[in-house]
Design a protein. Structure first.
Ligand code: AMP
Length: 274
């Protein structure tokens, strides 16, 4: 009666195990699992009959070799967490197999989306869209669960990949730690003090968003806040922008807006949105 979690390492393993499943929930991850990932997994278990979690650090989406080699890995711990959560399948493919088939048409990000993270991380989203296209085609899930923490990623995957298939994207709220910092695998690269500081920055921007007035001074308010953050917290801010949730434009009168932030704290890049 206790169904064992199956670890699938090849496309064949995957096909064999999942081809008859109609209501499959898919949670793509790069491992080093934390409560953010776990909230996605719990949502999938609630909504779908079967849940598949992928653990794959996709080299194609790293614009820096160093960032890729430094990316935290914890496979033994991850598998234990997943066993305890009683998910059905873990998919851990090799790069060689997953990228074996060459693309006929290269993935191109339209210029209007070369904003926010796409601007400073060249090729990043093309890599994300490539792997997500391969995964969704192969796995054929009913729902794919993704976090709002990576809002631009969620937006682009929804726009360019998941609609090609029957799959629907299920957006999940950002999970935060006790300091209010958004959980991220990269947080393990920070010291205790840096974690506290990053939490303060998140709180500061959460309040800023609440008080933000949308008028012709908006651009100035954002610029002043950006400078204030850099000075007060001694971090390098990459961007601080308010954008429309539906299309990511900055023409945002009265529409639902989100405040997007990316910054470096001792060379570790953190992102968040409010
Ligand atoms: P990653 O392993 O960082 O590629 O993330 C895998 C999935 O977990 C993505 O859909 C992320 O948006 C999501 N995720 C990461 N951090 C959080 C968080 N703090 N809260 C909710 N979802 C998250």
């Amino acid at each position: 009666y206790l169904l064992q979690m199956k670890i699938l390492r090849t496309k064949n393993d995957l096909k064999e195990a999942t081809n008859k499943i109609k209501n499959l929930g898919f949670v793509p991850t790069m491992g080093s699992l934390h409560n953010g990932h776990i909230s996605l997994i719990k949502k999938s278990k609630l909504i779908c009959n079967r849940t598949l979690v992928s653990i794959y650090v996709n080299p194609k989406q790293f614009n820096s070799k160093k960032d890729f080699s430094k990316y935290p890995k914890n496979i033994t711990r991850d598998l234990n967490i997943l066993k305890k959560l009683r998910i059905n399948f873990v998919f851990t493919p090799s790069t060689k197999e997953i990228y074996k088939e060459k693309r006929i048409k290269k993935i191109v990000l339209p210029n209007k989306y070369k904003i926010l993270c796409a601007k400073s991380r060249k090729g990043h989203f093309e890599g994300v869209l490539d792997i997500m296209d391969r995964f969704i085609k192969l796995i054929n899930p009913k729902y794919t669960f993704m976090g709002e923490k990576d809002f631009q990623q969620l937006f682009l995957v929804n726009k360019f990949i998941s609609k090609k298939y029957k799959n629907k994207i299920f957006p999940c709220k950002t999970v935060r730690d006790k300091n209010f910092l958004a959980l991220s695998s990269r947080n393990s690269l920070l010291s205790k003090n840096q974690l506290a500081k990053a939490g303060q920055i998140a709180k500061c921007l959460f309040n800023f968003k609440l008080s933000l007035k949308i008028n012709n001074q908006l651009y100035n308010y954002l610029l002043i806040k950006k400078k204030e953050l850099q000075k007060k917290f001694n971090v390098k801010v990459d961007y601080l922008e308010l954008r429309n949730e539906k299309n990511l434009t900055t023409l945002n009168k009265k529409k639902k807006n989100r405040l997007f932030l990316a910054y470096y704290i001792n060379k570790v890049r953190l992102i968040d949105n409010f």
